[in-house]
Design a protein around this ligand. Sequence first.
Ligand code: PHE
Length: 347
Amino acid sequence: MTDLEKELQDALAQVKTALAAVSDMNALEECRVRFLGRKGLMPALMAQLGKVPQDQKPAVGKTVNLVKQEIQQAFDDCGARLNQDQKTASALDVTLPGRQRAIGHKHPINLVMDSAVAIFRRMGFIVADGPDIETVANNFDALNSPQDHPSRTPDDTFYFDLDQHHWLDPEALILRTQTSPVQIRAMKAQKPPVRIICPGRCYRRDTPDATHGMSFHQIEGLYVDQCVSLADLKGTLAAFAREMFGTHTKVRFRPHFFPFTEPSVECDASCIVCGGKGCRVCKGSGWIEIAGAGMVNPAVFQNVGYDPDTTTGFAFGLGIERMAMIRYAINDLRLLYDNDVRFLHQF
Ligand code: PHE
């Protein structure tokens, strides 16, 4: 390689390094002047071409052309890069107002659930958990539910695997119809005393209307110890209702039936809208049902391996949607699930 060829290669390297550092059109122009301008490096090198001996001229000329092409290419590339940068930069309009993020908040169902949990925690209950997909054993059998109970049929309950299990098979899987199976899980996992609540979702094959959905929420409560009485249950629910709906709220019990409690009751709270006089919300009765409850049936204690003779306890299942409807005077349960922000916004 002749000295001139070396210098040309060197010039090419210099051009590339210089262009890589170029970040605007002025700098590009400076480079152009420095390398290609009349007093620039390239013309100076070209001038030397005349001094190359005749026999080497074709080879050196070839190198010169190649280097010139490459340098031109490098300048073109650099120009294109700057153009692109400029386009991107102009796409960013710094005068545009920033995008506002709508900050959400808790859903009314969660608001009610959270306050209920907070109230029971202050009373000493701890939160237990269980899966939404339950076995027939936990959801029905261990809770002493008779096999001919209508709620067990696939018309009322969502089953997963009816091609593999009969719906009376304890291993069949369902969407839990109540949070009560968490009672079974909690008692199987520990010895008395047990004092748990379990907020969660339940599923039933109901036709949706103003007061029914195919899924809803409950908060289960269970207190197991020695000498627990119905009075403790009533005191607990009364204290809860006063905290939840206001100090003037009263509760009353009506006899009812649940297979896993004996005796069983339904618990009503005095209507917070009319204070018990009777209005549209309480349908004139002055009372609104908020929970099913009762004293844990000894048969259930037997099923979880507790001594049915010495163990006592109460359980309750509060309806969250129902409490939300009372608390916020909502007249149609479906509003809670439509996810219309104009509605949800209000809470
Ligand atoms: N699990 C019952 C229901 O879904 C409610 C309940 C819970 C009743 C605990 C008694 C004790 O209706």
